[in-house]
Design a protein around this ligand. Structure first.
Ligand code: FE2
Length: 201
């Protein structure tokens, strides 16, 4: 597969669009139109759930602000299936056309600094980066357990992270880089993700 192209810019959208979002219906419609793979759709919904819960519970933000975290989580990989070599650029351009809040755009643009060349700046940016790979990794772990998420603890996930052959496509380097940028330990982030994404279907 051809490598993902970096975005080659660091500002997204316009300041006058702060507060502009897609409605939940519009966001889910975009997701359904662009993403056919059920597993990928679930991944985005799981990251969205963790993002919203973090914004409300840990950042103590309003429902309105937390909705932006949810929206960024929901759409961060929306173009991955349709435009694999232009991943990130296509969804950002689509959301710019729709005059979406620049903070949401920057969050999506910085969810993989090594690939897109955009550094996470805000807490929203740093948390999507911290949740993204781990969320997929934890879900992969749930699929091989007879009880799924039931009784899953951080210890078993930490052990699997140290097993290179398990979910080898998940970049441990990105996970550790992301966790190094926040003040919450990896174990706590794992517990938080497990608690918030287990009921997302
Ligand atoms: Fe993702």
């Amino acid at each position: 597969m051809t490598a993902i192209q970096p975005l080659n810019r660091t500002t997204f959208g316009h300041q006058e669009n702060i507060g502009n979002v897609l409605s939940e219906g519009e966001a889910l419609e975009l997701l359904d139109n662009w993403v056919k793979n059920e597993r990928l759709r679930l991944h985005m919904k799981q990251v969205a759930a963790a993002m919203k819960a973090w914004a409300l519970e840990r950042e103590k933000l309003s429902e309105k602000e937390a909705y932006k975290w949810w929206l960024a989580g929901l759409l961060h990989d929306a173009d991955w299936e349709k435009y694999p070599t232009e991943h990130c650029r296509m969804i950002i351009e689509e959301l710019e056309k729709r005059n979406i809040d620049p903070e949401v755009l920057h969050c999506i643009a910085s969810h993989g600094p090594r690939y897109f060349g955009v550094e996470p700046e805000t807490n929203m940016d740093k948390m999507i980066y911290a949740f993204d790979e781990l969320s997929g990794f934890i879900h992969a772990a749930s699929l091989i357990r007879p009880g799924g998420y039931e009784g899953m603890d951080a210890k078993s996930i930490l052990k699997k992270l140290k097993t290179p052959s398990f979910a080898s496509q998940v970049s441990r380097e990105d996970i550790h880089d992301a966790i190094g940028r926040i003040s919450t330990p990896l174990e706590d982030i794992i517990d938080f993700i497990v608690a918030k994404q287990k009921s997302v279907h």
